[in-house]
Structures are given as C-alpha cells and as structure tokens.
Design a protein around this ligand. Structure first.
Ligand code: GAR
Length: 218
C-alpha cells in the first residue's frame, strides 16, 4: 500500500469537520494523514480538537499581517514545512487570493454548507428556508478563484422539513458534512478523483470512470 497522503487542514473555529477528518484519518488503513492544523483565529475549539488527537497545530492570525498575500505565504510556508501535499479548508472563513490558489491548484479542497451551485456565500441555511427548497445539503469541491465555485467532488443531500428552523436544518446538514468530507478526502487520497476543466469525475474502485452520487448513507 502506498504512503498515506499528507494533509494540512485550515480552520477558523469550532472544527467539527476537522474532528470528522481526524477521526477518519485515525482509522486503520485510511489513505490520508493530517500533518498540521492551522487556525487563523487563536484559542478556538478546533485547535483543541487537533491537540487532543496529537496533531501539530499553529495559529497564524491574519490580523498580524499587512495583507492577504503575506498571511497566505506564511500559511503555505508552514504547510510545506510540515510536508502537506494537499490542503483541506474546514470552516476556514477567509477569502483567498489567486497566488494561494495557483500554488495549491487542484490540491485545495473545501466544504460548503449547500448543494452548490445553489446558495454560495454565507447564511446558506436561512436562504434555503426562504427559497422553500425541499432538498438542501453540502458540497466538497476543489477551490477556484470565484467564491464557492470549483470542480465538485461530492455532495450529500438532506430533506428540508416543514417545521425546520435555521438551527435544525444546519444541524442536519452538519451531520451530512461529517460523513461527506472524510469520504471525499478518501477518494482524493486514493487518486480516484480526476479534474478536467470545471468538473471532477470519480473513478470507481473497479476502474471504470463514473459520476457517482454521494449520499450520507455511503
Ligand atoms: C461548516 O458548516 C462548513 O461547511 C462551513 O462552516 C462550518 C464550519 O463548522 N463553511 C463555510 O461556510 C465556508 N464558506 P466546523 O468548524 O464545525 O467544521
């Protein structure tokens, strides 16, 4: 078996998706390993989760830098020192520049709490309720310059119930996120995701190329 893919995770806060990735990477035979967790905010729960899992952490506070590029260069330098081959944004709430994107091109993935291209940006759950959609969910995708755009690796859908509040819907989606992100990281680490232009295709375990529908049940 080849060496596990070395993954760096970037967070801004609570880190529940980071926890799902830590738990997955901890399981025997998982094809990825988290080598460093960086937060742009100090003293957040996500950093404590990484420490509890015995994973190296750093705080790189964007407020300490003159501009986005110098913040991102510090982030990239730390990730490279740690040997990260791929970066997962997990609740990282900063817009990134073209320079950072070019450096990590097709090596940078993100989780977003909606079924993209619906509801990019913030407040996705309230906007889904306001729009009256009956299905909502989450997306894991490669990051491109436009916010919340990029080749989609996987999506998980959940129902929107008539009596949902923003909180109840967010909780249902978050449960799906925690299943989807490790699954997508596994596919990437196994080299089964092929990016061509604006789309990503998943190679099935048997060797045939196929688009697969990911659901939390997988
Ligand atoms: C998650 O719902 C994630 O999808 C979202 O922030 C939350 C972070 O929670 N990310 C974005 O909105 C990115 N635009 P977590 O820190 O508990 O993983």
């Amino acid at each position: 078996m080849s060496d596990p893919l070395k993954v760096g995770v970037v967070i801004s806060g609570r880190g529940s998706n980071l926890q799902a990735l830590l738990d997955a990477c901890n399981a025997a035979g998982f094809p990825a390993d988290i080598v460093l967790v960086i937060s742009n905010n100090p003293d957040v729960e996500g950093l404590r989760r990484a420490e509890r899992a015995g994973v190296a952490t750093e705080t790189i506070n964007h407020r300490d830098f003159d501009d986005r590029q110098s913040f991102e260069r510090a982030l990239t330098a730390s990730m490279e020192r740690a040997g990260a081959e791929i970066i997962c944004h997990a609740g990282f709430m900063r817009i990134v520049t073209a320079e950072y994107l070019a450096h990590w091109h097709d090596r940078l993935i993100n989780i977003h709490p909606s079924l993209l291209p619906a509801f990019p940006g913030l407040d996705t759950h309230q906007r889904a309720l306001d729009a009256g959609v009956k299905l909502h969910g989450c997306t894991v995708h490669y990051v491109r310059e436009e916010v919340d755009v990029g080749p989609i690796i996987g999506q998980a859908a959940v129902p929107v119930l008539d009596d949902d509040s923003e909180e109840s819907l967010a909780a249902r989606v978050l449960g799906a996120e925690h299943q989807l992100y490790p699954l997508c990281l596994k596919l990437v680490a196994e080299g089964r995701v092929k990016v061509e232009g604006d789309t990503a295709t998943i190679k099935s375990a048997e060797g045939a190329d196929s688009q697969i529908l990911l659901s939390p049940a997988h």
